[in-house]
Design a binder for this molecule. Structure first.
Ligand code: SAM
Length: 253
């Protein structure tokens, strides 16, 4: 690991330049929580327009969806080695779900975040330094500025929470991502992810043939995956839009 000093905090950068771990720095909040929330909404909308495919949502997840996604962080068993758990959040965006995960961390747990959007990474860095909720846990949170597909697979995770907008990707990429998430899971580990209720069908009915084919292919992949591995499903109506949260444990692990 190399250390670089950049005001206002000490930043640790891994050799592969992927991981950025923050030591909390002595900075106060820059805006009140309400203004910050509006700023996050605005950032999300802007990123949705700029990078529609990978952002995949107009708004960050609401509290009920964040709570449902963090179910196995709250309720799950202890780590595969009997100690603290390794937890991964994929696509944390502005950190709307991260707060729910952090609240449920137990002593010894470690959280890794992997986000590929530059602006969201900057926002998360900022929150790790100054946000009342995240800052106290910052020394056990590692932020990777990368796509999840680039993460090494040598240290699997007990819990994975994913915000990836799977319906926006190609069928081949969704297949690759499901395989990757499976390889990142430790034996007995759980993967939780969401999809908006009925969005795939609605989009398909308004789309041209090629797009309908793509959405149908993703639907088939997800149906097969869930038929085999889903252990729990939550419907979150109090979210814009309403969402299904799928919780999965791989049978083959
Ligand atoms: C629908 S948003 C969810 C954001 C946040 N989890 C929430 O619920 O508000 C999808 C997020 O996944 C990120 N993302 C998309 N593709 C990714 C990839 N291959 N690896 C890591 N993050 C990715 C996007 O940049 C975005 O932050």
């Amino acid at each position: 690991m190399d250390y670089i000093r950049r005001p206002p905090g000490l930043i640790r950068v891994s050799r592969r330049n992927l991981a950025v771990r923050y030591r909390a720095a002595a900075v106060g909040p820059k805006m009140g929580p309400m203004r910050q929330q509006w700023a996050d909404y605005w950032m999300f909308l802007r990123e949705f327009r700029r990078t529609f495919e990978s952002t995949g949502a107009v708004l960050p997840s609401g509290p009920a969806l964040g709570h449902a996604l963090a179910h196995f962080v709250r309720e799950g068993a202890s780590g595969s080695n009997g100690g603290g758990r390794r937890i991964l959040e994929v696509g944390p965006g502005t950190g709307a779900v991260t707060g729910h995960i952090v609240r449920a961390l137990r002593p010894g747990d470690e959280l890794e975040l992997v986000e590929r959007n530059d602006d969201f990474v900057d926002r998360l860095r900022d929150r790790l330094q100054s946000d009342e909720m995240l800052r106290p846990s910052a020394d056990r949170i590692t932020l990777h500025h990368a796509g999840v597909e680039e993460l090494p697979e040598d240290r699997p995770f007990d819990v994975i929470v994913s915000g990836l907008p799977l319906n926006n990707f190609s069928i081949a990429f969704v297949d690759e991502l499901l395989g990757k998430l499976g390889r990142l899971l430790a034996p007995g580990g759980t993967l939780s992810f969401f999809e908006y209720v009925a969005i795939r069908h609605m989009k398909a009915s308004l789309s041209r043939r090629a797009e309908r084919e793509r959405l149908r292919g993703i639907g088939q992949l997800l149906d097969n995956f869930l038929r085999e591995h889903e252990i729990r499903r939550d419907r979150v109506l109090v979210n814009l839009p309403p969402a299904w949260v799928h919780h999965v444990r791989l049978k083959s692990k």
